[in-house]
Design a protein around this ligand. Structure first.
Ligand SMILES: NC(=O)c1ccc[n+]([C@@H]2O[C@H](COP(=O)([O-])OP(=O)(O)OC[C@H]3O[C@@H](n4cnc5c(N)ncnc54)[C@H](O)[C@@H]3O)[C@@H](O)[C@H]2O)c1
Length: 369
């Protein structure tokens, strides 16, 4: 049984499914056996493109005894509905980000998975790429001493200039924090561990947005959620991080993520990618230098978190992109908005284990030595 591949069914065959279906077959621990979408022709098209044997409805996929794990790549509003249905059907589940829109739905998924003795996991898995794993090793080796603080910045001017249907970015479940925060927060938690409390301020800077991309150019969008979110996080390890996610900034010269330690600073690569560069400033050296990358998985490896779950299922070890981690990130994102509305610090009721570092020297397509 331990050597049998975990059989994966993909639900949601839109834009991002292509990236997953390209990478998943490179891992020997799993096999993609079925595709489904509420638009069944999309499932059939992806199945044909990537040689997946079965394609059709979500109901059929969930009833299929040959599917062990459901990879849920639907849009955020459907994450809970599809994820819960898959858990009810006895499948392990890996959701795209965010885990769910509401905390209640996220919690329901975590609890149901636990009650059913099933694994729950979720995106992003970029922290398993070479960039952040190299930073993790430097941090664990003491290269910058004890962590003191961190900064994380994601600024742009929204998605209405390029996305064909951008309204959802300005509705519940959207905004810069729910859209991009998961990459930054998951990276910070993977590096520094869980968060104890947060505070923040959030605002809607433009009440309306005008779409300039085709086919909806000229249509205006009423903005329902904050588009500039500034937060402060106190980690359980004692470090204090500052984060800004914004759709209201035309230009900036900010880093993506920096970690400040007692003996130096680490410049962390874009957490929406898997690669480098990684730079360090060691106080004793007195200058910045680029650090050679130490691990594998530099190219777009979206799906590595699903593969890691498959290894975990086979060996019984914990998986890294876990339900507890993705729920903790969802909780943090809600807490920033709550803190801003209520003018206070929000103590987090969730926590998670810091995912274990990847070992050195893994062969491509392997996640365990
Ligand atoms: N597009 C990207 O670059 C990108 C990158 C990273 C993460 N993501 C995440 O991936 C997810 C999907 O994004 P996308 O860009 O592929 O969206 P998409 O709209 O291109 O595809 C989503 C698919 O899900 C299907 N779907 C929606 N609700 C469903 C339901 N209830 N049952 C069955 N099928 C359903 C839709 O028919 C569609 O084919 C989102 O959570 C997004 O945050 C997207």
């Amino acid at each position: 049984m331990a050597s049998m591949p975990v059989r994966v069914g993909v639900v949601g065959c839109g834009v991002i499914s292509g990236a997953y279906l390209r990478i998943l077959p490179t891992f020997e621990a799993l096999e993609v056996v079925a595709c489904a979408d509420m638009q069944e022709e999309r499932a059939r098209a992806r199945a044909a493109e990537f040689n997946v044997p079965k394609a059709g409805s979500v109901v059929d996929l969930l009833a299929d005894p040959e599917v062990d794990l459901v990879l849920n790549l639907t849009t955020p509003q459907a994450h809970a509905e599809v994820g819960l249905a898959a858990l009810e059907a006895g499948k392990h589940v890996y959701n795209e980000k965010p885990l769910a829109v509401s905390r209640e739905d996220g919690r329901r998924m975590v609890e149901l998975a636990r009650a059913q003795n099933l694994l729950l996991g979720g995106a992003p898995d970029t922290f398993m790429g070479v960039g952040i794993q190299t930073v993790r090793k430097l941090l664990d080796d003491g290269a910058i001493g004890a962590p003191i603080a961190a900064t994380a910045f994601m600024t742009n001017h929204g998605h209405e200039s390029w996305h064909p249907d951008p309204a959802f970015y300005y509705q519940a479940g959207g905004g810069p924090m729910f859209d991009m925060g998961p990459y930054y927060l998951t990276a910070l938690v993977a590096l520094l561990g869980p968060v104890r409390r947060v505070t923040g301020s959030a605002r809607i800077s433009f009440a309306e947005r005008t779409i300039t991309s085709q086919p909806k150019a000229g249509t205006s969008i009423a903005v329902e959620v904050p588009t500039h979110v500034a937060g402060v996080l106190d980690f359980e390890c004692g470090a204090v991080a500052t984060i800004i996610t914004s759709f209201d900034v035309w230009a900036a010269n900010l880093p993506r993520i920096e970690l400040y330690g007692a003996a130096g600073t680490l410049s962390v690569p874009d957490p929406n990618t898997f690669g480098g560069p990684v730079r360090i400033y060691a106080a004793e050296e007195g200058a910045w230098r680029e650090v050679p990358l130490t691990h594998g998985y530099a190219a777009n490896s979206r799906g590595i978190g699903v593969a890691d779950m498959a290894y975990a299922l086979r060996s019984g070890r914990p998986h890294r992109a876990s339900g507890d981690l993705t729920y903790h990130v969802l909780d943090i994102m809600h807490a920033f908005h709550e803190a801003s509305e209520q003018g206070r610090h929000v103590m987090l009721s969730s926590t998670c284990a810091r995912p274990t570092a990847l070992p050195l020297g893994l062969a491509e397509g392997q996640l365990d030595p």
